[in-house]
Design a protein around this ligand. Structure first.
Ligand code: INI
Length: 198
């Protein structure tokens, strides 16, 4: 038998898509900076002109899952990193956006077999979000680490022939589970409130 574990030393052979929500871009822009810093320091060429990272901007977190799924289906990337910031307001809007983006990102990953990192902050206040986007630390850095680890892990799995047979790759991409059925399953989960570690 074997032990599989992602590493952080094979980053130069990995490709990433980063999907960023413009809503609360004071926060998401900082998450992106942290994410790029981490990727760059692990040997990834983060220049948008390079062949290693593509950046996809969407209006808000609600739109992230659609593009995450499209990016994963393209089979161009070893991992997809989703960056967003959902901050509580005075209406229940937060709950709808937070629930859909978390379920949608999980579905995109599960349906396509491509790691999709949930880099969406869900906070009660702008202050809490900013603390996690540079003031106290930058979660964008952590999200990039998750993508590096998962990209590497999947690569090892593929090299080992352990991944769902490559002859079935088309089946994964084109006959993915209908979103609706996954949503039924996912809707049973809850979105937890953040604490200092989230
Ligand atoms: N989008 C966010 O990314 N964060 C939020 O806090 C937010 N709130 O609270 O409204 C938000 N809303 C916009 C949403 O993501 C969609 O872009 C919009 O509803 C259009 O589909």
């Amino acid at each position: 038998m074997a032990v599989f574990e992602g590493n952080f030393t094979s980053a130069s052979s990995l490709r990433f898509a980063v999907i960023i929500g413009r809503f609360n871009d004071l926060v998401t822009g900082k998450l992106l900076e942290g994410c790029q810093d981490c990727l760059k320091r692990h040997g990834v060429d983060t220049n948008p002109e390079s062949t290693q990272v593509d950046y996809i901007w969407v209006p808000g977190s609600f739109e992230i899952p659609l593009m995450a799924r499209q990016a994963a289906l393209s089979q161009k990337y070893d991992a997809v990193i989703c960056l967003g910031a959902v901050i509580k307001g005075q209406t229940p809007h937060f709950d709808y956006v937070a629930a859909e983006v978390s379920k949608g990102i999980a579905a995109a990953s599960f349906q396509t077999g491509v790691p999709v990192v949930f880099g969406v902050l869900t906070t009660d206040t702008m202050q809490q979000a900013l603390e996690r986007a540079g003031i106290k630390g930058n979660h964008g850095w952590k999200y990039a680490m998750n993508a590096l680890e998962m990209g590497s892990l999947m690569q090892q799995f593929k090299d080992n022939g352990s991944i769902y047979a490559s002859s079935n790759e088309g089946a994964i991409t084109t006959q993915a589970l209908p979103i609706a059925s996954n949503h039924v399953l996912a809707s049973e989960s809850t979105v937890e409130q953040t604490d200092a570690n989230d």
